[in-house]
Design a protein around this ligand. Structure first.
Ligand SMILES: [Fe+2]
Ligand SMILES: [Fe+2]
Length: 171
């Protein structure tokens, strides 16, 4: 009766978390998915494609939320402005790379190579955020601003999780 699947269903205990914890949790989910897809090298194509779509959707909502709510706040401070600008650029690299997957079959040998590069780009970016940007932001942003950004980001994520068109096939 109770489903006890790990990973499948994130605990909605993101209540009470601040934006930095929420973003870190997103990062961990992306890491988990990359790990899963890289270990699934011999899996059938459809399941790799499905995992990739999950990574893509996860990253899209996450990056858009950062760009709409966190980065603009960091642009307001001289100390963090450069980091925010760098963040947009790194997102752009990731988005461009993601876009190139659509023209490539999942069993093309370049697919795996491309996935590795995407993982490296995204991992580098997430580490920079965690080690430098979020640290800076914690010091610079006021408590009520952090609360506001957290609420906006959470709302954005709820809206971004609308079921995708061409819904899943069960058989
Ligand atoms: Fe980011
Ligand atoms: Fe991030």
């Amino acid at each position: 009766m109770t489903t006890h699947e790990k990973g499948a269903n994130e605990k909605s205990s993101s209540q009470g978390m601040n934006i930095f914890e929420v973003l870190k949790q997103d990062h961990e989910k992306v890491r988990y998915l990359f790990d899963k897809i890289e270990k699934g090298g011999k899996k059938e194509r459809s399941s790799l494609q499905k995992l990739f779509t999950q990574i893509e959707e996860e990253l899209q909502v996450h990056m858009e939320g950062e760009e709409r709510f966190l980065y603009p706040a960091l642009e307001q401070h001289d100390e963090s402005r450069g980091k925010a600008l760098e963040g947009y650029e790194e997102h752009q690299v990731a988005k461009t790379l993601i876009g190139t997957f659509s023209s490539l079959a999942v069993d093309d040998e370049r697919w795996e190579a491309k996935l590795k590069v995407l993982n490296e780009v995204v991992e580098h970016h997430m580490q920079e955020e965690e080690r430098e940007m979020f640290k800076m932001a914690r010091a610079l942003l006021k408590k009520d601003q952090v609360e506001q950004i957290t609420a906006q980001f959470q709302q954005h994520k709820r809206e971004g999780r609308r079921p995708s068109r061409g819904a899943s096939v069960d058989g």
